[in-house]
Write a protein that binds this ligand. Structure first.
Ligand code: ZN
Ligand code: ZN
Length: 302
């Protein structure tokens, strides 16, 4: 009616995110050495679960690990409360396919807050309808373990909350659940917002991705996002010695102990994307090159 698109709000998601943020209010009154230790350990575990697990392993298959380890890392990612792996991977592949174009689930071309968190509250047929988003992560949708991890994602958060309460009482829940989850969320969300707005561009990738040092520090290397868009399958996102990439260092460590194999790295230059002579004057170019990238992902996973 009247030509105005009606946004369908996902109230449970909105409520969940608001409740988690409200829980952070209790942080100053519950802080203790043990609460901070729980925060630090779980923060590192769930951050790597997302960056090393959901992102570089599952979404891009930039290296391989034994199946038992893949499932274990996936559970670490699932405990970050960013949804199950199938939907996360599907959403991310759509982002690479349509970066900064209308079909991109979280482009800052619709504003910083939309890219940062607004998109999470609004129903999107492509990523919220199971039979639709499963098409973008077919190999995970076929895997019964990944399906179970996806379908029990909320239960996993509840069980972790109960475990933290038994372990450390209310301070354990506040720091291990509320503070840690909210901190982890905003770090991840900055990759979608800040790393598509602020930072330098080494490669002309045809969208607005940028290398942002402070996002890289917060997200164990994910802020080198322009490098990542240029070399989507690379296990390393930091491509200079000073581009610290803790996720890649962890993958290298797994490689040393023979748990990570077929670690993929950029080969030669990003031929499709010549380096930009200058950062100034960049404007998003909505070229049709991105679907080729996502199709490469699909072929890889077939
Ligand atoms: Zn990616
Ligand atoms: Zn991006």
């Amino acid at each position: 009616m009247f030509g105005v698109p009606v946004l369908k709000i996902k109230w449970p998601t909105l409520l969940g995110i608001v409740v988690m943020h409200l829980g952070v209010i209790f942080a100053p009154w519950t802080v203790s050495r043990s609460a901070v230790v729980v925060f630090v350990i779980l923060q590192a575990m769930t951050t790597l679960g997302i960056t090393l697990g959901y992102h570089r392993l599952l979404a891009h298959r930039s290296f391989q690990v034994p199946k038992w380890l893949e499932y274990l890392i996936t559970v670490c990612g699932a405990l970050a409360a960013q949804g199950g792996p199938i939907r996360w991977v599907a959403t991310h592949r759509l982002h690479h396919a349509f970066s900064d174009r209308p079909q991109d689930p979280h482009s800052p071309t619709r504003g910083f807050w939309w890219a940062h968190m607004g998109w999470l509250f609004v129903y999107d047929e492509l990523i919220d309808h199971p039979t639709k988003h499963w098409r973008y992560a077919p190999e995970l949708a076929k895997d019964p373990v990944h399906r179970v991890i996806t379908q029990t994602n909320i239960l996993q958060q509840v069980l972790l909350g109960v475990f933290l309460f038994v372990l450390g009482g209310w301070p354990g829940v506040v720091w291990g659940m509320f503070v840690r989850t909210v901190f982890n969320w905003h770090c991840t969300w900055f990759v979608n917002s800040a790393s598509h707005l602020w930072g330098y561009r080494r490669y002309d990738t045809g969208e607005g991705s940028r290398n942002n040092w402070w996002v890289a520090l917060l997200t164990y290397g994910e802020g080198w996002h322009n490098n990542h868009h240029a070399y989507v399958h690379s296990a390393a996102h930091g491509l200079r010695w000073w581009e610290l990439d803790l996720t890649y260092l962890t993958i290298r460590l797994l490689g040393v102990v023979k748990l990570a194999t077929n670690i993929r790295l950029p080969r030669g230059k990003a031929a499709k994307f010549p380096p930009l002579p200058t950062d100034a004057g960049f404007a998003p170019q909505f070229t049709p090159s991105e679907p080729a990238l996502v199709m490469a992902e699909f072929r890889l996973n077939e």
